[in-house]
Write a protein that binds this ligand. Structure first.
Ligand SMILES: [Zn+2]
Length: 439
């Protein structure tokens, strides 16, 4: 056997190697300055005019006046832009598609839905949504959790993901398919559980496969067939067991609740957020305030389906809601906000099939309900980050926060629809999109 002569590095190679070692901290530490017209930081009542954001790695390290921009930074000019924290959708269903979402999931494997769901999340990130809380998907397996894991591992680029793998429903409830014959052994869109033991097992299984929230349909739903949103579906005994188990696993609970008594039960027993809250009354609002529950009203999804281009199985229920109840609900959301209940943007449209730019219309509807434009922006940034127990990590623009930053051409405080035209996206310090640099 002929041994290859061992090759020793030349002096020149040693020099390059030493240079790499010495310079690498500098390469890693490259600082970036985002220079626009103003910054909405997600915290204050007014935009910060003339401030520049300095980023090092994946963190914001300072906000400085233009004159005080340090010399050792790479300037990124976003001419005339308003910069703000990346948007957070707190009620997402990335793997759900179409008007017929209750059975659409039967037409593709978990892998098929997962890949399409990832594409939807990638599109959402491109549109400025840097964090998503999943409110359960119609998938037997845990596709949304696999996407989350691959994003966390840095294999895929996408928004930060939190949330539940599935939504828990009773038999015949909002997450069950109630319009097929009993002979059919269908896989329901939700995770159907009855009784304390099945609930405990479901919570434990969600935790086992990666979910960090529990989503439960406490009451009936609007868009599911064969149940009534005004009915409370889980018993107090069942919901108590769910809360006990979720608390033990350190998993906050997001409770889908329309019916008044369902909202109150969920809040009293410790749900972190009420999804929808359609029939809340004064006492429900008072309880939400008292227990620190968040309200995720998901209003725009109803408006979206009022468009005759889309047809739901329960279209007449949606049409009736828009005609007779929408204005009442908006006034209730305004009332809750005034009473000090933190209101949060949750879009509730599915994943694929939807144009991600329309998601920002939920902010416009919250303004219609009585939030100021600044409060609506905070409802999509700092407030949901606090709901996620991540207010110290992201959701606002200040030193120490992760660099999730978006920019638009004109002030969204003057025209909130600017957020439908996001032109710059930075997620975790990485530039995902910069249309300001286009010719
Ligand atoms: Zn939903």
């Amino acid at each position: 056997m002929i041994r290859k002569k061992r090759k020793y590095p030349s002096i020149c190679q040693h020099f390059i190697f030493l240079c790499l070692i010495c310079c690498s901290p500098l390469i890693l530490a490259e600082k970036i300055a985002l220079v626009g017209a103003q910054v909405i930081d997600g915290i204050g009542n007014k935009p910060l005019r003339g401030k520049t954001i300095i980023i090092e790695g994946n963190r914001i390290i300072a906000l400085v006046d233009k004159k005080a921009i340090p010399r050792d930074v790479k300037l990124i000019e976003l001419n005339g832009a308003t910069l703000l924290p990346g948007l957070i959708d707190s009620h997402a269903h990335p793997l759900i598609a179409g008007d017929d979402y209750q059975t659409d999931h039967l037409q593709g494997s978990s892998a098929y839905k997962t890949l399409k769901g990832y594409k939807a999340l990638r599109n959402l990130l491109n549109a400025g949504w840097t964090t998503v809380r999943v409110a359960g998907d119609t998938d037997v397996y845990y596709g949304n959790q696999d996407i989350k894991r691959l994003i966390d591992e840095g294999v895929l680029i996408g928004p930060r993901i939190f949330g539940a793998a599935h939504y828990l429903s009773i038999t015949g409830g909002g997450g069950d398919v109630n319009y097929y014959s009993p002979e059919q052994q269908l896989i329901a869109d939700g995770l159907v559980v009855d009784g304390v033991d099945e609930i405990r097992k479901a919570v434990r299984t969600e935790a086992k496969y990666g979910a960090d929230w529990i989503k439960v349909l406490v009451t009936g739903a609007f868009m599911s067939v064969g149940d009534n949103p005004r009915n409370v579906q889980f018993s107090e005994e069942e919901f108590r067991a769910l809360m006990e188990e979720a608390n033990r696993q350190d998993m906050p609970v997001m409770a889908h609740a329309h019916a008044t008594e369902g909202i109150k039960m969920a809040v009293r027993l410790g749900a972190r957020s009420i999804e929808h809250g359609s029939y809340m009354d004064d006492e429900a609002i008072r309880l939400m305030k008292k227990h620190g529950a968040y309200l995720v009203p998901t209003i725009y999804v109803g408006d979206y389906y009022a468009d005759p281009r889309y047809v739901l199985r329960e279209q007449t229920i949606n049409d009736d809601y828009i005609k007779n109840y929408r204005h009442i609900f908006l006034s209730l959301v305004g009332k809750a906000h005034k009473a000090g209940v933190p209101v949060v943007v949750g879009v509730d449209l599915g994943g694929y099939d939807y144009d991600p730019t329309v998601y920002a219309r939920e902010l416009a509807v919250l303004i219609e309900a009585g939030l100021s434009p600044m409060e609506a922006i905070q409802a999509a940034t700092r407030v949901p980050a606090e709901m996620l127990y991540k207010g110290d990590e992201f959701g606002s623009i200040k030193a120490g926060q992760l660099a999730d930053i978006i920019a638009v051409s004109a002030s969204p405080l003057d025209d909130i629809s600017e957020l439908e035209r996001v032109k710059f996206v930075m997620a975790n310090g990485e530039i995902i999109r910069n249309d300001f640099s286009l010719p």
